[in-house]
Design a protein around this ligand. Structure first.
Ligand SMILES: NC(=O)c1ccc[n+]([C@@H]2O[C@H](COP(=O)([O-])OP(=O)(O)OC[C@H]3O[C@@H](n4cnc5c(N)ncnc54)[C@H](OP(=O)(O)O)[C@@H]3O)[C@@H](O)[C@H]2O)c1
Length: 248
C-alpha cells in the first residue's frame, strides 16, 4: 500500500483528491479543523514516518483572507511549503505541491512554465514564494500550477461552478480570462503525478481559457449579468498548459 500525507484534506481540492484515489492508498489527512495548524508545526512532527508521498493542498486560498492576515498567509503559503520541501528532500519522500495562475500578472499571456511570474496580489506573492522555495529546495518535487477550479467539491469553500449554480455568483466579468479547470479531472491527474517522476514546475489546467462570463453562460444557458473585472484582478491569465486537464 502507498501512504499519502495529504494537507488541506478538508478543502476543495483535498476532498476531491480523496474521492478520486483508489483503495491502494492509505491517506493521512491533515487540516486546520482537524487540529493541525501547519503555521505552528514542523514537518518532522506531523508527517507520518510511513508516508512515502506528500500532497500539499493546504493554503490560505482567498485574496481577502490573505489581506486580513498576511502573517498567517505567509507562514502557510510560503514558509510551510519550504519546510516541507526540505523535509521531503532529506527523507526521500515524493512531494507534489499545488499552486495557482494568480502568480502571473495577466499582462502577457499565454503563460507557460517559462513565463516570468509577477503577482498582483498578496495571495499571489505568498504562493509564488512557496513555489520558488519548493523548486529550489527539492528538485525532485513537482509544483503543479492550475487555474480556477470548477465542479462539485463538497467543501466549506465552494468552486466557481458551485457558486454559479447556487446563485451565489450573479454578476460575471466579461474581461477576466482563466482556464476553468475541472477539479475531479485535476484530482485524477494528481494521483498519477504523485506516482510519477514528473518534477519541477508544471502547468496543469484546462486546455483553453474563456471569460468568467462565457463560462457562466455555458453553464446556465440563460441571460447573465455582465460586468467588468476590477482593476486589482489580472484580466488575462490564459495558460498554455503542458498538461491538459480535460473533463471526461
Ligand atoms: N480553489 C481554486 O479555484 C484554486 C485555483 C488555483 C489554485 N488553487 C490552489 O489549490 C490548492 C488547494 O486549494 P483549495 O481551493 O482546495 O483550498 P481551500 O478549499 O481553501 O482549502 C484549504 C485547506 O487548507 C487547510 N488549512 C488552512 N489553514 C491551515 C493551517 N493553518 N494549517 C493546516 N491546514 C490549513 C484548510 O483546513 P480547514 O478546512 O480545516 O480550515 C483546508 O483543508 C491551494 O494551493 C490553492 O492555492 C486553488
Amino acid at each position: 500500500m502507498r501512504e499519502l500525507f495529504l494537507t488541506g484534506a478538508t478543502g476543495r481540492l483535498g476532498r476531491t483528491v480523496q474521492r478520486n484515489l483508489n483503495n491502494s492508498w492509505i491517506i493521512h489527512p491533515c487540516s486546520l479543523s482537524g487540529g493541525d495548524d501547519l503555521t505552528k508545526t514542523e514537518p518532522r512532527d506531523i508527517v507520518p514516518g510511513k508516508a512515502d508521498f506528500v500532497l500539499n493542498c493546504a493554503a490560505m486560498s482567498s485574496r481577502a483572507g490573505c489581506m486580513d492576515n498576511p502573517y498567517f498567509a505567509y507562514r502557510l503559503n510560503s514558509l510551510w511549503p519550504q519546510k516541507l520541501a526540505v523535509f521531503c528532500a532529506e527523507t526521500h519522500t515524493r512531494m507534489v505541491h499545488i499552486s495557482t495562475d494568480l502568480v502571473y500578472s495577466g499582462g502577457i499571456p499565454p503563460y507557460t512554465e517559462r513565463s516570468p511570474a509577477v503577482p498582483r496580489s498578496l495571495y499571489g506573492w505568498t504562493k509564488l514564494l512557496g513555489d520558488i522555495a519548493v523548486l529550489n529546495r527539492n528538485p525532485r518535487a513537482c509544483v503543479v500550477r492550475t487555474s480556477v477550479l470548477t465542479g462539485k467539491a463538497g467543501a466549506k469553500m465552494t468552486t466557481f461552478s458551485e457558486d454559479i449554480l447556487s446563485g451565489r455568483a450573479s454578476s460575471f466579468h466579461v474581461d477576466c480570462f482563466r482556464n476553468h479547470t475541472d477539479i475531479n479531472a485535476l484530482a485524477r491527474f494528481l494521483s498519477k503525478c504523485l506516482f510519477s517522476s514528473m518534477n519541477g514546475l508544471v502547468l496543469a489546467a484546462a486546455p483553453y481559457s474563456m471569460s468568467r462570463a462565457s463560462y457562466a453562460y455555458t453553464l446556465l444557458k440563460k441571460d447573465i449579468n455582465l460586468i467588468n473585472g476590477p482593476s486589482h484582478i489580472p484580466h488575462d491569465l490564459t495558460l498554455k498548459p503542458s498538461v491538459s486537464i480535460a473533463e471526461e
